[in-house]
Design a protein around this ligand. Structure first.
Ligand code: NAP
Length: 233
């Protein structure tokens, strides 16, 4: 992947709200997108709405015929860039299923949050302060260029940033590879993000992952997930 690339082969690992939103947007922008899942047949056979009340994957897939569906490993193997849109607690397991070899050398956009829902709402973070999910992923897959981003807004805002304050808000990128962050920033700008701050190496993902406790309380207080953070300076 280089800055000059206009369209890419992209794997979006995750069939949930985020996977669908990001895959749909990337396909709309002309990228060749394959969504990754544990088992294609059982994912397509689901008939129940997901935990957020979104329609089952097959309904979304019918409306997005250009987007493929494959196993995590097949999707990652064919991709130039990979997006992790899986539940935080299983992210590392899913990335192992995708295969370290299939991720090696590639940019991995990590959107997952380390949320622990086991004690109900609001969720807590299962890693924080001295470590982060982004760092755990980077340590586990040292050959992959992990860039943490987009995890601080709702799936809709990720891909339609202009729906909040006409896009006048801030997004962050964290990662060890400057070139990877620059390329991801270009992708974010193609989504409509206008103010992308490079926070530094992957340890700065601690900061954005720890924005989740305030995010969930704002959601409750405002009664809508359609908000974002703006850094004034
Ligand atoms: P999700 O329900 O958190 O995750 C769905 C994906 O996780 C599916 O692809 C599913 O695989 C996989 N998965 C679940 N349990 C698994 C297991 N035991 N083993 C292997 N894979 C498993 O989906 P989401 O709501 O779209 O969120 C995705 C990530 O983005 C999360 O980390 C979330 O915290 C973060 N995030 C979400 C939002 C939002 O607006 N929802 C905003 C910011 C960040 P299958 O496809 O096989 O079912």
């Amino acid at each position: 992947m280089s800055e000059g690339d206009s369209t890419m082969k992209i794997a979006v690992l995750g069939t949930g709200t985020v996977g669908q939103a990001v895959a749909g947007k990337l396909a709309e922008l002309g990228h060749e997108v394959t969504v990754g899942t544990r088992d294609v047949e059982s994912t397509l056979a689901r008939t129940e709405p997901d935990g957020y009340g979104s329609p089952p994957y097959a309904v979304w897939a019918r409306a997005h015929p250009a987007v493929g569906l494959a196993s995590f490993a097949q999707a990652a193997a064919a991709a130039e860039l990979v997006v992790n849109a899986t539940a935080g607690g299983v992210a590392i397991e899913v990335l192992h299923a995708a295969g370290a070899d299939n991720l090696a050398g590639k940019v991995l956009i990590d959107i997952a949050n380390p949320l622990d829902h086991s004690q109900g709402m609001p969720p807590t973070l299962f890693v924080k302060d001295t470590d982060s999910l982004g760092e755990r992923i980077q340590r586990e897959f040292p050959g992959t260029r992990v860039v943490k981003t987009l995890n601080i807004v709702n799936a809709n805002v990720m891909v339609n940033p202009r729906q909040v304050a006409d896009g006048d808000h801030t997004m962050f990128v964290s990662g060890n590879d400057t070139e990877a962050k620059r390329a991801v920033t270009g992708l974010l700008e193609s989504f409509g993000h206008t103010d992308v701050i490079d926070l530094g190496d992957i340890s700065t993902a601690r900061g954005t992952e720890m924005m989740l406790p305030i995010w969930v309380r704002l959601w409750d207080a405002l009664g809508t997930p359609m908000f974002a953070f703006k850094i004034v300076r």
